[in-house]
Design a binder for this molecule. Structure first.
Ligand SMILES: Nc1ncnc2c1ncn2[C@@H]1O[C@H](COP(=O)(O)OP(=O)(O)O)[C@@H](O)[C@H]1O
Ligand SMILES: [Mg+2]
Length: 232
């Protein structure tokens, strides 16, 4: 793989957890290659390791063996500070539950990731706010900028979470059952937005879902079964 390769490369990854005296092997020799602009839906039974796979790609956890490269960087070579920077700047995460902070407005929630490693400068901050407003406009939340999460519907909160995940223009967007707590109609809207924004951004999208309706809209699909990822 070239140093400048912009893709996501998961190579022969193994991951297990110690549970008391025993160990559970969760991922066994998982290999995945995705280029910018590609979108993959991951399905599989509960407990099959779908969230674990996303956590490894998002550098929230490290594999026991194997390697993960994003944009030419081997995640295993990053220091803790560089890992935090990588997560902030290269990874967007959308979870089943929105994880918006209740005390902040929608706009403030979307801007939070821009503060972590801010180089400051009023011009940069203004540019980021303009981009946050544009993202919120694209997900249909312009009339809700000053609302707090508690004042939004479930679908609106998930759309705000999507805008927050995209505010740093991440190379990789990871979604863990993003429509899992929404009714079918709202799920369809959030799925539409997810795929549309992914297309515009040319990011790499990996979405874990139990929804057949959502999974079948992805150009690539795989199922995690017995720790292995098989293309569908
Ligand atoms: N931090 C952890 N410590 C111990 N076991 C874990 C941990 N995270 C996940 N597991 C176990 O790994 C398996 C896969 O979990 P997970 O990746 O959450 O599955 P899925 O998202 O497919 O439902 C489960 O058996 C789970 O209990
Ligand atoms: Mg899970």
């Amino acid at each position: 793989m070239n140093a400048g390769d912009p893709g996501l490369h998961v190579e022969s990854v193994n991951k297990g957890f110690r549970l008391g005296p025993s160990r559970v092997e969760v991922l066994h020799d998982v290999t995945l290659h995705l280029a910018p602009g590609e979108a993959l839906a991951v399905t599989g039974p509960s407990g099959s390791g779908k969230s674990t796979l996303l956590h490894l790609i998002g550098a929230l956890e490290a594999p026991d063996s194997g390697s993960i490269h994003v944009g030419g960087t081997d995640l295993a070579t990053l220091s803790d500070v560089d890992l935090a920077r990588f997560r902030n700047q290269s990874i967007g995460f959308v979870f089943q539950h929105h994880h918006l902070l209740p005390q902040y407005t929608v706009l403030e929630n979307v801007l939070l990731p821009t503060l972590a490693f801010a180089k400051s400068g009023r011009g940069a901050a203004a540019g980021q706010e303009a981009w946050a407003r544009e993202l919120l406009d694209r997900v249909g939340l312009s009339p809700r900028l000053d609302h707090r999460p508690g004042e939004l519907s479930g679908g609106e909160r998930q759309r705000a979470a999507l805008a927050r995940a995209l505010v740093m223009r991440p190379a990789v967007l990871l979604c863990d059952e993003p429509t899992g707590s929404l009714d079918p109609e709202t799920a369809q809207t959030v799925g539409d937005l997810l795929l549309e924004l992914h297309r515009v951004q040319e990011s790499i999208l990996v979405t874990v879902t139990h929804s057949e309706a959502l999974a079948e809209r992805f150009p690539r699909r795989c199922a995690l079964v017995h720790g292995q990822c098989s293309a569908l």
